[in-house]
Design a protein around this ligand. Structure first.
Ligand code: NAD
Length: 473
């Protein structure tokens, strides 16, 4: 396999060095082919996501395939504007002179994808990379094997094999890839492996983008429309069975509405998935036994037998049932969770939603600021001052007022984390720039040679120039 990896890398290097990826026409052809691939194999992608994650077809369409297609169309439509020279005014002391910036491709990229949106999170960064004129090696997640196999089969069929490749495998293969001198590494996944990636990248001084996770909070107060807030929180949380990097991880609600909100979220769960979500065709499953076990350990101790009782995880408002054979965990809402409970430790990344009462927005802001900076934060409040306070006094990859998840659907908005939730961003122009080097170009004609004024030996004229410059500030 290592030989395969090295051969593939050498092929991509040669492909990139040949200059084939640079012309805008090549980029457009690749972007069109990528969209065609997704369109012509829609059913195969849907089947693969169903096999990997029990994902409903509609969810795969809405949250993966349509987003890839719209991103590819968006970057294709803007390619001309983004690849143009951007003239800059030069300082008068250098005149006559011109300057501009131009985006050039970075080279050969490594894209390491996770399992939770296995098509989207492999193909969306690839889309931005193709727009930027790079060659790329995609490493899908071994935990989503059906999608990984599909990508490995289709990508060489649709995209230029001298510039795009897929290497399948797990930590061993990723480790072998990470030893190679890629020109940029784009990693999506957990922070622990993010550190492995960054350490390996340091060896070659390779720039990285790390799209990580974290506990994304959600704040609700009495000014919010509780019914709408409950529905949107339930949708954001239980889509893909909670295995979404920007899902609301937990809810902080002012104590005057917290319990009512928790119950309302329970009602929304029934509206979405019926009385028995296990039988709903619209509700997914947990990726594997390890994650299933990890999530079960976060539930209240007697979750499936007793609907109430003091437990640091909180009181069960809905859900709590599990089926190991089916890797099913019901959409679960907990109320009154202890901030020190295990469920409030790491990112939950599953269908368990703790609701914690707080006094007011200030207490919620202090709670959020006392923890690592999250990938997203959501606020449901009609109070302008409260919204402003969250915008100004908290830091997160993104902030959504009344809208969980929505920001990741726009190619016009950068998507990325901050602090522990990531480094760098992509989507649209920001994605194009992530995979480009913005090169500065300057031009000065040889006549007149105005630089003579600053050449040594320094004389009275030089001192006069310095004097004038100093006075001009
Ligand atoms: P994962 O297990 O699929 O791992 C991600 C990638 O790292 C895979 O390709 C895997 O093969 C590779 N990998 C795993 N162990 C490795 C090792 N020891 N050495 C080298 N490579 C290794 O994904 P995950 O980490 O379970 O994903 C879940 C996390 O990802 C969550 O924290 C979630 O919030 C985050 N996430 C973030 C985003 C985002 O866009 N910011 C999107 C999805 C998921």
């Amino acid at each position: 396999m290592t030989v395969d990896i090295e051969t593939t890398f050498a092929r991509l290097k040669a492909g990139y060095a040949s200059g084939r990826t640079r012309p805008p026409a090549w980029r457009r052809r690749q972007l069109d082919a990528l969209r065609r691939m997704v369109r012509e194999h829609r059913d195969d992608f849907v089947r693969a996501a169903a096999s990997d994650l029990g994902k409903p077809a509609e969810e795969t369409m809405l949250t993966e395939l349509m987003l890839v297609s719209s991103e590819a169309r968006f970057v294709r439509d803007h390619l001309h504007a983004w690849t143009r020279r951007r003239p800059k005014v030069m300082p008068w002391m250098l005149q006559p002179a011109m300057g501009w910036t131009v985006a050039e491709p970075k080279g050969v990229l490594l894209i390491i994808a996770p399992w939770n949106y296995p098509t989207l999170l492999a193909l969306e960064p690839l889309t931005d990379a193709l727009a930027a004129g790079d060659a790329a090696c995609v490493k899908p997640s071994e935990l989503a094997p059906a999608t990984s196999r599909l990508l490995a089969a289709l990508i060489p069929e649709y995209l230029d094999p001298d510039a795009v490749a897929v290497i399948e495998g797990g930590p061993d293969e990723t480790g072998a890839l990470l030893r190679l001198p890629f020109d940029h590494i784009f990693y999506t996944g957990g922070g622990k492996v993010g550190k492995v990636v960054m350490r390996a990248a340091a060896e070659h001084l390779t720039p990285v983008t790390l799209e990580l996770g974290g506990k994304s909070p959600c704040f609700v107060d009495a000014t919010a429309d509780l019914v709408v807030a409950a529905r949107r929180i339930a949708w954001g949380k239980f889509t893909n069975a909670g295995q979404t990097c920007v899902a609301p991880d937990y809810v902080l609600a002012t104590s005057d509405v917290a319990e009512a909100l928790a119950k309302r979220i329970g009602v929304a769960v029934t509206e979405f998935y019926g009385d028995d979500p296990q039988r709903s065709p619209d509700y997914g499953r947990i990726i594997n036994d390890r994650h299933f076990g990890r999530l079960c350990a976060l539930l209240p101790e007697h979750a499936s037998s007793s609907p109430s009782g003091p437990d640091p995880a909180g009181r069960l408002v809905c859900g709590g049932t599990i089926d190991r054979g089916d890797r099913y965990i019901a959409p679960t809402v907990l109320y009154g969770t202890d901030p020190d409970a295990p469920v409030m430790g790491e990112e939950i990344f599953g269908p368990i939603l703790p609701v914690i009462p707080v006094r007011d927005a200030d207490e919620a802001i202090a709670f959020v600021n006392g923890r690592p900076r999250p990938l997203a934060a959501y606020v449901f409040s009609r109070d302008r001052a409260t919204r402003l306070a969250f915008e100004r006094r908290t830091s997160s990859g993104a902030l959504g007022f009344g809208l969980p998840l929505g920001h990741l659907m726009s190619s016009r908005l950068p998507f990325g984390g901050v602090g522990a939730s990531g480094i760098g961003a992509y989507h649209g122009e920001v994605g194009f720039l992530t995979f480009s080097h913005v090169k500065t170009v300057t031009v000065k004609p040889s006549f007149p040679d105005t630089l003579r004024l600053v050449y040594p030996p320094f004389d009275a004229m030089t001192r006069r120039v310095i004097d004038v410059l100093r006075r001009l500030g």
